[in-house]
Design a protein around this ligand. Structure first.
Ligand code: ADP
Length: 338
């Protein structure tokens, strides 16, 4: 597909630049031709002591005009041959350069296309997994008559898979909308402490079930910023959820908010498994999960991609510092609006 596009683009570029050179050569030749003509008339005038040229004097046979005419003809002839040679060389050089430029032009498009293809294939794979689990469970339960508790177990497990499927579809929709072009945010004045508090409240029972202490250090004064309350809540739910998910039982997660110059800094620090150097950038990619997480926890690898998209929508930054086995610190910097 991209080779065809590259060939078409090469033809287009070559046609454009060769036409440009040909028009330029033709123009140059015509201009030189006219200039020699004028030069020849003015030299004849000069020889006649500045008087107005009479028609006979500038006829080619006239001795006054002869030298200028010959010199002009030779120069024009030479120019003509040089232009033909130059354009002959360009017929080969221009397509070669166009081929290279076409490839450079298409490389970013090709990269985006590959990413999209990968995204669709990962999404299909992730959608298929819960569907096959549900279908398998249904087949097993329907094979013979079962008691009520067996049916209940299957329904509960199916409901869990459906919830996971639902959250996956919502995440995919969010990213698809982001890709479609960014609608401007509905800005509202948001108290950052309230948003973080409500995110912690969502995850309270999850932290409790792992006996994890969530230590929140709010700022002394309230800090407001302009943003979308719903998206910011989703951002902090994602980050705190990860902090709890990737931290062993009975450990601590610390969340702090500080005002720093023109920014608000929210730090989510856990004492969990940490992230290796090679995974540090990749974990923000869609569907990427570190190998250790794949085997130990459930997830789709979309949370951080969404979190980064939300932070960028708010013109902020999301960074990570981490040490394997010691824990991770995610730092969100958002512009402060007073
Ligand atoms: P998910 O948690 O569903 O896998 P995310 O996009 O939220 O998806 O995270 C991507 C990957 O980044 C996780 O699979 C995990 O490997 C790693 N990760 C994210 N947060 C943490 C954390 N706090 N500690 C260690 N690893 C983390």
């Amino acid at each position: 597909m991209f080779t065809k596009a590259q060939i078409k683009l090469t033809i287009l570029y070559s046609f454009f630049f060769l036409s440009l050179f040909w028009v330029f050569s033709f123009g140059l030749y015509e201009w030189m031709n006219a200039s020699f003509g004028e030069g020849y008339i003015s030299q004849v005038e000069h020889r006649q002591g500045g008087s107005v040229v009479d028609e006979d004097a500038i006829k080619p046979g006239n001795s006054n005009a002869h030298i200028v005419t010959v010199a002009g003809d030779v120069a024009l002839d030479q120019l003509f041959r040089n232009l033909i040679a130059l354009n002959g060389i360009l017929v080969f050089v221009v397509p070669a350069i166009s081929w290279y430029v076409a490839r450079r032009t298409l490389t970013p498009v090709q990269k985006i296309h590959e990413q999209q293809k990968q995204f669709v294939s990962d999404a299909s794979h992730e959608l298929r997994t819960p569907l096959s689990i549900m279908s398998g469970e249904m087949e097993v339960i329907l094979k013979k008559d079962r008691n009520a508790s067996d049916y209940k177990k299957t329904i509960i497990s199916t409901k869990e898979e459906l919830d996971r499927l639902n959250s996956l579809v919502e995440n995919l929709l969010f990213l698809a909308r982001e890709d479609q072009g960014k609608k401007s945010l509905q800005l509202e004045t948001v108290d950052i402490t309230d948003v973080v508090n409500s995110a912690i409240a969502v995850l309270h029972s999850k932290a409790k079930s792992k006996h994890i202490l969530v230590n929140f250090e709010p700022p002394q004064d309230s800090i407001s910023l302009k943003g979308s309350e719903a998206l910011l809540k989703q951002l902090f739910v994602n980050l705190i959820d990860n902090a709890i998910k990737y931290t062993l039982e009975k450990r601590t997660v610390t969340i702090s908010i500080k005002k720093k110059n023109d920014s608000v800094e929210v730090v989510i620090k856990d004492t969990g498994v940490g992230v290796s150097e090679e995974d540090k950038e990749r974990i923000f990619d869609r569907f990427y999960r570190a190998d250790t997480s794949r085997s130990q926890t459930k997830g789709y690898g979309l949370g951080l991609a969404i979190s980064r998209a939300i932070v960028e929508r708010h013109h902020g930054t999301l960074t990570l510092s981490s040490q394997v086995g010691k824990g991770s610190t995610f730092r969100v910097m958002l512009p402060y609006s007073g």
